[in-house]
Design a protein around this ligand. Structure first.
Ligand code: HEM
Length: 414
């Protein structure tokens, strides 16, 4: 049985039907925040909470090799991606991504993306309606390509954005969404693979120390350069998640619409409020439902057992909405982050632990920087929110406002 059809058996069906609610629903019956379940035909131990994050990110307990199902690799991450590596091999590949943590690098990306936003938004004034989710994707694609050194003609920005969004949108879906994601990945791995070959052959010049340049030159733990497909996969692992920040842009617009008092706080220029708003957007709105690895040995967590090779799942959405950690977790309340600083292993929309040594997202600082800059720009922008379906279905993974957040009557303040 293929991994894909196996994923249709046992508890995977409720997962597909219940989406984000699946694990939190099962966790509700466990005061110790640990449940045993089955996923893709394998026993799985599900854990939650800051201690569980440390347990999950300890490589002696959980490894990633062979943990991510084929359909997710074929859409979201790509085969051979950094996400699938363990130990020294992971550490050497991760060096490729560590410059993303550098504040100067974050500032550079934010500048390119905000330039793209400032160039694009005046044209929205002449349009009847703008679907913010779609347009944010194009702006982010333009900005990240310029920053990463990837050549992009103006006419190619929209189709590239569409492919990058499709790869994320289809990773947990069946049917057309899944196949659209696979085709998008195939197309872009081929195109970027050719670009890497051109850079290596010297027929295209990558700006020194750009992401493109570093991926083309990177050597893995075995001392060899990445094969062209893996190089394209890792180039996409910078560009694709940057464009995925568009999900959070749509969520930020949703939050400003339903909690308009935040607009004034964002306009005030008080960066502590801006940061708190962005953390609350990342905590409150659903994106990654959970993370998975394989038990590196027979494991017991809070009295529950899983054998070596079984799955261990970290309940990301559940932890970001855990009443014990957040109090009134289903209220959108940025102030909570002014009252209580962010703890490394409490707020985990982009994974937990240390991004330098573990699998935590190395793009978290970039996500925060981009979202701060774009949320402030959104708060400054004048627009109307016409009647539309703004529901965010929890049964859809990844989810977003159904309408994509439509705005009309856009005016850029002088
Ligand atoms: C890993 C979420 C933005 C690059 C991850 C992980 C999550 C995540 C949940 C997995 C952590 C784990 O396996 O333990 C997000 C979200 C983003 C975002 C929700 C915003 C929409 C970014 C950006 C970049 C990036 C902007 C790069 C510029 C990566 C890479 C990994 C990763 C390379 C793999 C790290 C590893 O396995 O060592 N991200 N991310 N992400 N993210 Fe992000």
């Amino acid at each position: 049985m293929s991994t894909y059809s196996r994923s249709l058996t046992d508890r995977s069906l409720p997962l597909l039907a219940q989406g984000y609610a699946w694990l939190p629903h099962r966790m509700r019956r466990s005061p110790a925040h640990v449940v045993r379940t089955r996923l893709m035909g394998r026993p799985a131990l599900t854990v939650r909470g800051p201690d569980a994050v440390r347990f999950f990110y300890d490589e002696r307990n959980v490894r990633r090799h062979d943990a991510i199902p084929g359909p997710v690799l074929g859409t979201l991450f790509g085969h051979g991606a950094v996400h699938t590596l363990d130990g020294p091999v992971h550490r050497v590949r991760k060096e490729l991504f560590l410059p993303l943590l550098d504040p100067a690098s974050i500032a550079g990306l934010v500048e390119h993306v905000t330039d793209a936003w400032d160039d694009t938004v005046p044209a929205w004034e002449r349009r009847d309606r703008v679907v913010l989710f779609d347009e944010a994707g194009v702006v982010l694609t333009r900005g990240v390509c310029r920053w990463a050194g990837i050549p992009l003609d103006d006419a190619d920005a929209q189709p590239f954005a569409r492919d990058l969004i499709a790869m994320v949108d289809g990773f947990a879906a069946l049917g057309p969404r899944h196949w659209r994601a696979r085709r998008a990945r195939g197309r872009q791995e081929e195109r970027l693979g050719r670009l890497i070959e051109d850079v290596r052959a010297g027929t295209v010049t990558a700006p020194a120390d750009s992401v493109l340049d570093r991926v083309a030159r990177h050597r893995d733990a075995d001392g060899r350069r990445l094969d062209t497909r893996t190089a394209a996969v890792e180039l996409l692992n910078v560009v694709r998640p940057t464009v995925a920040v568009g999900w959070f842009v749509a969520f930020a617009a949703h939050a400003l619409h339903h909690r308009p008092e935040n607009r004034r706080l964002l306009r005030s220029g008080d960066m502590a409020h801006v940061a708190a708003f962005v953390h609350e957007v990342r905590r409150f709105y659903p994106f990654a439902p959970f993370l998975g690895g394989r038990a590196a040995r027979d494991l017991t967590w809070r009295g529950e057992h899983v054998e070596e090779g079984g799955l261990v799942l970290l309940d990301v959405f559940g932890q970001n909405h855990d009443d014990e950690l957040w109090g009134d977790p289903y209220a959108f309340r940025p102030r909570r982050f002014l009252e209580h600083p962010v703890e490394r292993d409490e707020l985990i929309p982009q994974g937990g632990g240390d991004p330098r040594t573990g699998h935590r997202c190395p793009g978290e600082g970039m996500t925060i920087g981009l979202l701060e800059a774009l949320s402030v720009r959104l708060a400054d922008l004048e627009y109307r929110v016409p009647e539309q379906d703004l529901r965010i279905p929890l049964s859809r993974v990844p989810t977003r406002p159904r309408s994509g957040f439509v705005v009309t009557g856009v005016r850029v303040p002088a």
